[in-house]
Design a protein around this ligand. Structure first.
Ligand code: KG4
Ligand code: ZN
Length: 380
């Protein structure tokens, strides 16, 4: 069947994602119905180094790619010959990691005679929001401002419907991005300073909400970025936390106690909470307030600059409870709608890659065997 004829039938795409520390595969029908989504996280491997080690990541992707794809196919109840196409993340990301998914995808596409569709990882995060909304029978109105906020990215785009033939569904304009650390990276670094392990986001999120109204041991003012109000910078905030800890040696014992407990493999919220005194909880809450306020202020500046009525938020940090509540409240006050993916679609996954690949499938945007990884592939 030719692709144009296929448009009225169901299009089943296998998505493959290996850009960072998650090996993921998923099958999505027509870019909207998830048949399966399997994610093998490498967190346990990178944890003792406090961050992702690229060499270890590629080696682990190599180990995981075959079983992860097999499981995604089994859960979907499909055989390779039932697929219409294979979508694979081309970049941005770690080259060694990307190459594992790309090589696997190329080989499978070649062996099965199926089209291979290259996907920009950031476009995958945008599609995650639509995928979630479509599951609920909603569709975010465009144009929109999209904040992608994760361990590797903190970036704002204006998203419109693509008008050009041969393009995917959306057209993008970059409005701003981080000049140094990504927001998730700041979470991970601050958690490390506080002896709270890796990744930092989920535990800091819960500790911040457990802090209640303990007194603030420090206040972090707004971050100024000269020039573009839609650019971000998080390294100053991380350094402010570091200096605060250095100036107050009374935090040191608590940090050592938590590091000790983490070394013993205990890292649940219930185990960590009793090891955090009021000052630590207050510090975590103030850090999170500063991050959320900053993300929100710059996103709202983008909303004003573009005059849009829709906000899309995606990426690992979009899982943050305070960020979700705060964005929803602020957006409502402004008469703007905000859309998030559910938690499993916020962090890296392959369903979002398969959904983004569907747009490429319809546009006939196919790759040949020369497809290569692009560590800093821009979203255009
Ligand atoms: O999207 P993702 O899975 O991978 C990247 O592309 O980076 O995001 C992972 C990042 C990590 O930095 C992690 O600490 C952060 O997202 N994160 C969170 C939360 N859950 C994950 N940050 C804040 N609050 C959370 N609940
Ligand atoms: Zn990501």
């Amino acid at each position: 069947m030719r692709n144009e004829e296929k448009r009225d039938a169901e299009v089943k795409i296998l998505g493959i994602e290996s850009s960072c520390d998650e090996t993921a595969a998923a099958v999505v029908v027509d870019g909207r119905r998830i048949l399966s989504s399997v994610v093998a996280s490498q967190i346990d491997i990178h944890r003792k180094y406090g961050g992702v080690v690229p060499e270890l990541a590629s080696r682990e992707h190599l180990r995981q790619i075959v079983p992860v794809v097999r499981e995604a196919m089994e859960q979907a109840g499909l055989k390779f010959e039932d697929l219409d196409a294979i979508g694979v993340t081309q970049g941005p990301g770690l080259v060694g990691s990307l190459l594992v998914g790309i090589t696997y995808g190329k080989t499978l596409a070649e062996a099965m005679g199926k089209p291979l569709i290259p996907v920009n990882h950031l476009e995958g995060h945008v599609h995650a929001v639509f995928l979630e909304a479509l599951q609920k029978g909603e569709e975010p109105p465009l144009p929109a401002v999209c904040l992608i906020v994760s361990g590797g990215h903190t970036v704002l785009y204006e998203v419109k419907r693509a008008r050009q033939e041969g393009r995917g569904s959306f057209a993008y304009r970059k409005l701003g991005g981080t000049r140094d650390d990504a927001a998730g990276e700041a979470y991970d670094k601050v958690a490390k300073l506080l002896g709270l392990g890796y990744p930092g986001g989920p535990i800091l999120d819960r500790l911040a909400s457990a802090a209640g109204d303990v007194p603030a041991p420090v206040k972090f003012g707004p971050t100024k970025t000269r020039g573009n109000a839609m650019d971000f910078s998080f390294s100053g905030l991380k350094t402010a936390v570091l200096y605060h800890l250095r100036e107050h040696p009374e935090y040191a014992q608590g940090i050592r106690n938590r590091e000790e407990v983490l070394r013993g493999g205990r890292r649940s919220f219930a185990e960590v909470l009793p090891l955090c005194d009021a000052a630590t909880l207050g510090l975590v809450r103030e850090f999170q307030n500063a991050v959320v306020r900053d993300l929100e202020d710059r996103t709202m500046a983008a909303v004003d600059a573009c005059g849009v009525k829709t906000i899309l938020v995606s990426g690992g940090v979009a899982a943050n409870a305070q960020l979700r509540a705060s964005f929803a409240a602020k957006a409502e006050r402004r008469g703007v709608e905000v859309f998030f993916p559910e938690l499993g679609l916020s962090t890296d996954n392959a369903a979002m890659i398969a959904a983004a690949a569907y747009a490429g499938f319809r546009a006939g945007d196919f790759a040949d065997v020369g497809l290569n990884a692009k560590a800093s592939l821009p979203l255009l």
